[in-house]
Write a protein that binds this ligand. Structure first.
Ligand code: SF4
Length: 363
């Protein structure tokens, strides 16, 4: 077995080495890995953090993922869709605060009306903000034609989390029907690349039945797919979902949190130029979760701009934080928190994935 210092000096790790890194248990070894990742980030991307204002457009969803609080079959959710005016208000706030970038997220819907709604919103936001905001979409699996249409309308990045790259585990956390196949998710990720997007994906960490080898495989998958962005965080159960029955099989929350930080750090060591978000789920398990994610190698934070009245209805998992926080106040406190740990928020910058730009230069 290679010693930790030697492992951390490598720029890429084999599956076995990834397993070894993710298997450390002591506080000292964990801290050594997180510190190496922070140094890697500092020497490549700098101690910089980019903001993406998150707009949760609608909690309607046609799918029934077993882990998700807004799954179609959950009758305990009050469904909503923001009006175009509400979305434009959020975009206006992000623009005037100098966020540089927006994420529009929704449940997975398909059909011509939804495609046209997103397309229309993209045009309206760009017109209103003088094309000064870069827009990321996170609206699920769509056809290549739809992805192309939204790209043409001004979306430049797309997030589509695979949640786990282990096919057998994927099948355990999704219904067994034609709408929830692992193959279609892979195809969608490939189509996003074809359509021209900066492509983002991600996984949940600490799913019932998930092994360290599965997590090492996730990192291998990100590398083999050459993704540009990753958003991953601890799995947090939701009481109104089928997977809640397996809650007794979960690692303790503190261990899911530690493993999520380790995953961020080990991925940063292996993919130094990608954008990586410090997820909201980290903050659910630890009040300092967001800054700890940044100190483990993440470089993106996504303040929630969804109107406060709708936020409580967009809970993919229980105890989501900041459900009632005013977006302006959250931005001020975020700036203070990041200043205190030596990170600088890059206002008025798109913060594109440098991994993406470097690949384009090589092509
Ligand atoms: S994870 Fe996404 S696609 Fe699955 S039920 Fe939730 S919102 Fe819908």
């Amino acid at each position: 077995m290679t010693d930790l210092t030697t492992l951390l000096s490598k720029t890429t790790h084999s599956h076995q080495e990834l397993v070894q890194l993710l298997s450390v248990t002591s506080t000292e070894d964990t801290a050594q890995i997180l510190d190496a990742a922070l140094q890697k980030k500092a020497s490549t991307l700098g101690r910089k953090v980019y903001l993406r204002g998150l707009i949760e457009l609608t909690n309607h969803c046609s799918k029934n993922c077993y882990y998700c609080g807004i799954r179609a079959a959950n009758k305990n959710v009050t469904r909503y869709t923001l009006t175009d005016e509400e979305v434009l208000d959020c975009a206006d706030f992000a623009w005037k605060q100098g966020f540089g970038s927006l994420v529009i997220q929704s449940g997975e819907l398909s059909g011509t009306a939804f495609t046209a709604q997103i397309e229309g919103l993209l045009h309206k936001i760009h017109q209103h903000t003088k094309n000064e905001l870069t827009i990321t979409l996170s609206c699920g699996e769509q056809s290549l034609d739809t992805y192309k249409r939204w790209f043409k309308a001004g979306a430049e990045r797309y997030l589509l989390r695979i949640e786990t790259t282990n096919k057998a585990l994927y099948q355990q956390i999704h219904p067994h029907d034609t709408h929830h196949t692992w193959e279609s998710r892979i195809e969608a990720l490939q189509n996003l690349r074809l359509a021209g997007y900066q492509v983002g994906t991600g996984v949940m960490i600490g799913l019932p039945g998930q092994s360290i080898s599965d997590l090492a495989g996730d990192i291998g998958f990100f590398r083999s797919m050459d993704v540009d962005m990753v958003g991953m965080g601890p799995y947090i159960e939701h009481a109104d979902t089928p997977m809640f029955e397996k809650a007794q099989l979960l690692w303790p929350a503190s261990e899911r949190f530690r493993m999520a930080l380790l995953m961020i750090a080990v991925l940063r060591l292996n993919m130094p130029w990608i954008n990586m978000a410090a997820s909201t789920a980290l903050e659910t398990l630890d009040p300092l979760g967001r800054q700890k994610g940044i100190l483990a190698g993440a470089n993106v934070v996504m303040p929630n701009l969804t109107p406060v009245t709708n936020r409580k209805n967009y809970q993919l998992y229980n105890n989501k934080p900041n459900l009632d926080k005013d977006a302006a106040l959250s931005t001020i406190s975020l700036q203070k928190v990041l200043d205190a740990i030596g990170e600088t928020i890059c206002f008025n910058e798109a913060g594109n994935s440098q991994h993406f730009s470097r690949r384009q230069q090589q092509e």
